[in-house]
Design a protein around this ligand. Structure first.
Ligand SMILES: Cc1ncc(COP(=O)(O)O)c(C=O)c1O
Length: 391
């Protein structure tokens, strides 16, 4: 059979080899280790002469299946699954830097990525320079002889800044740097950074990949030579994904493409409605023509994603009122769920930052973030538009 299946089909049909029971749905391989018939077979597994499974910290049929599916969607050579999105971000950096090395990073990275760069890596003598995500022309000046990696997130959380991956890749290749992209907001269904030159791609599988707010998970994908190093690093440091979470998320990947279609179409409708509302000063959604990097979003994303942010007139106070007026949507800090989630970063997730720090990553006092869920769009519009305070 030489038919090449579409990645969406692979995400449904790729499956761990059936057991002797010929089950249809994939079983859960809830086992810490795997057995061998002979001493020789066990020795061969440990020397790496064959690919037999040894211990679930190194690999497990459920995690292997999940990795294979996401590799197909991302167009990646290899991957490794870990326990959270932050474990993915950390293990995509740590094996490649040491004392005296330097990282260039977009300023608009997730808060915990910021903590890794500014509080954890400096303890080991690794420094970083932030660059403006909206002005790539200035990034070259930040590169030093000891720079090893460029890190970026697009679209960014929560500011929805879009960075031209292809342009940054030219810079990465010119200086022989590893390009590391957090693709959590877009998912591999909407954007494949590897296609634009990225060496490593990370995901919080906790978000759209699980898609139902149940399980934490993370995955790193990319060039085999880098993933092999990450796998060795994880084998000894131990952040591997549990078989149960891998089984759950792998099942969810079967519907990722379908779910993203609905997340995106509802988010676009909501963004368009919000743009018409006179209590709102600004709406950000990558596929709205008014988005500052709309052209880049059109180039590298096949749809605008499931997150909409907007700016309420009246700042902090109106943000709080808005949250208190919400009737159906959830007030919680997750995103990428089947249920619509509303957050007000200035009074919650980012309340510990100074106003200046918040503003430098695009978080104004009146900014509201909506992770648009899979409920009927009429109900999402009713709840969100109805909660906007009139003054
Ligand atoms: C862009 C981005 N990267 C990484 C993470 C971390 O993921 P996790 O919560 O699974 O560790 C998040 C979580 O919100 C995120 O939004």
């Amino acid at each position: 059979m030489n038919h090449q299946f579409h990645p969406d089909t692979q995400a449904i049909r790729l499956q761990t080899e059936r057991t002797t029971h010929k089950e249809h749905s994939v079983p859960l391989f809830m086992t810490s280790s795997f057995t061998f018939d002979t001493a020789e077979a066990m020795a061969a597994a440990f020397t790496g002469e064959d690919n037999s499974l040894i211990y679930s910290r190194y690999g497990n049929p459920n995690t292997d299946e999940l990795i294979e599916k996401i590799c197909q969607l991302e167009g990646a050579e290899a991957g490794f699954a870990v326990s959270t999105g932050m474990a993915a971000v950390f293990t995509s950096i740590a094996p490649f830097v040491g004392r005296g090395d330097h990282i260039v990073a977009s300023r608009a990275v997730f808060g915990s990525t910021h903590q890794i760069l500014s509080n954890i890596l400096p303890k080991w003598g690794i420094t970083f320079t932030y660059v403006d995500p909206e002005d790539i022309s200035k990034w070259e000046a930040a590169i030093r002889p000891n720079t090893k990696m460029i890190i970026l997130e697009t679209p960014s959380n929560p500011g929805l800044t879009i960075i031209d991956i292809e342009r940054v890749n030219h810079l990465a290749k010119k200086y022989n740097l590893i390009l590391n992209v957090d693709n959590c907001f877009a998912t591999p269904v909407l954007q494949q950074p590897i296609q634009w030159g990225a060496n490593l791609v990370t995901h919080s599988a906790t978000k759209y990949m699980d898609g139902q707010g149940r399980a934490l998970g993370g995955i790193i994908l990319g060039d085999k030579k880098y993933i092999d190093e990450i796998a060795q690093f994880c084998r000894h440091t131990g952040p591997s994904l549990s078989p149960f979470n891998a089984w759950l998320i792998s099942k969810s990947i079967e519907t990722l493409s379908l779910r993203m279609e609905r997340h995106c179409s509802s988010a676009l409708q909501l963004a368009q409605e919000l743009e018409r509302n006179n209590q709102i000063t600004k709406v950000l959604y990558p596929y709205l023509p008014s988005h500052p990097q709309h052209d880049i979003a059109r180039k590298q994303m096949s749809a605008g994603g499931g997150i909409v942010t907007f700016e309420l007139k009246g700042g902090l106070e109106q943000g709080r009122k808005f949250l208190n007026n919400i009737k159906m949507c959830s007030l919680t800090s997750n995103l990428g769920d089947s249920r619509t989630i509303v957050t007000h970063p200035a009074s919650t997730t980012h309340s510990k930052l100074s106003e200046e720090e918040r503003l430098s990553v695009g978080i104004t006092d009146g900014l509201v973030r909506i992770s648009v869920g899979l409920e009927h769009i009429s109900d999402i519009l009713w709840d969100v538009l109805g909660a906007i305070p009139s003054h």
